[in-house]
Design a protein around this ligand. Structure first.
Ligand SMILES: N[C@@H](CC=O)C(=O)O
Length: 310
């Protein structure tokens, strides 16, 4: 497992998978099913595993966090890199760092809080949390006005953060004044990754030059998602667009019904791993026709990925 400091090359090496977190019917974590999912990702060329929103860590209590870290250490391959997430609120993140400090993960991501924040408060929080951790964090921006470009640049400069997951959705991702302002302030794209899956990657990597991208649907089609990364790194946006088209039916369902919940069921219905129950405040999808749509889209996507593996 990667334990040394995060360098720009680490962000570009692999698609940054953002997997769901399998649980047993009892609700406890399933190391075996998580390992099955990681094996499938590794078979498709993926070596970076970011456990965050899709793992429903927003709803994980501090008491279960130690068990999660045990599981992540157990499932991470020797040459893999796993990034646990903390937060989303400041107090919980601060408490989680006590457990994390004793482990060797080189960084953790702060999930974005959706209430009771100001840009200056978020910047101060990231700085204090990184101090408490003794290591830099990954910042995650999902909404306009969450973190000011000037503060972002200062956090990078002072070593409080080692990467940014940029995930503000725009109808046309090629026209994005916020991302432009952040890049201008930071002065480089080498530590900023696209954080919204396959849909915006051609603009984010091809036009803005971001270092890499995160994806949930890579858990269904790792060979294909890896091929998109390679195509974009090789400057072939036409090939990337053709590959990306395979993801859109599942991404459309994720956008329509809930990105986290649909991915959780998709991994199970595509027979990649038994994901089990989703912890409250989320709940599994139980509508039969929605599940049928997810099954069709995820099985098709998985089949194309398998064919692509040769
Ligand atoms: N939210 C995106 C990228 C991951 O963070 C997805 O799930 O595809």
């Amino acid at each position: 497992m990667k334990t040394d400091p995060v360098e720009p090359a680490d962000l570009a090496r692999s698609v940054i998978s953002v997997p769901p977190l399998p649980r047993l019917a009892s609700g406890s974590l399933s190391a075996d099913e998580t390992a099955r999912l990681i094996d499938w990702l590794v078979a498709g060329g993926v070596s970076t595993f970011l456990f965050g929103g899709n793992a429903n860590l927003y709803n994980m209590g501090v008491r279960e966090f130690g068990a999660l870290l045990d599981l992540l250490e157990y499932v991470t391959p020797d040459d893999g890199w796993t990034i646990p997430s903390i937060g989303a609120d400041y107090g919980k993140a601060s408490d989680q760092l006590d457990a994390l400090r004793e482990r060797d993960f080189p960084t953790a991501m702060l999930l974005p809080a959706s209430a009771a924040t100001t840009p200056a408060g978020v910047a101060t929080g990231l700085r204090r949390l990184a101090d408490r951790y003794g290591r830099p964090l990954v910042a995650y921006v999902r909404n306009e006005g969450y973190l000011a470009p000037r503060d972002l640049a200062a956090l990078f400069e002072d070593g409080a953060i080692c990467a940014l997951k940029y995930a503000i959705v725009h109808t046309n991702p090629a026209v994005d004044a916020t991302l432009s302002a952040m890049l201008d302030a930071v002065g480089s794209a080498e530590r900023i990754v696209s954080g919204i899956g396959e849909r915006p990657v051609i603009a984010h990597l091809g036009e803005f030059g971001l270092a890499g991208f995160t994806s949930g649907s890579v858990c269904i089609a790792p060979h294909l998602s890896t091929a998109i990364l390679h195509a974009l790194k090789g400057g072939d946006s036409h090939a990337a667009a053709e590959l990306r088209a395979h993801f859109l039916p599942l991404e459309d369902l994720r956008d329509a019904y809930s990105p986290i919940r649909v991915l959780h069921e998709a991994v199970r219905l595509a027979e990649i791993a038994e994901t089990g129950p989703l912890a409250p405040f989320l709940a599994n999808i139980d509508d039969a026709s929605t599940l049928a749509e997810i099954e069709t889209a995820s099985k098709r996507l998985r089949a194309v990925s398998k064919r692509h593996s040769g």
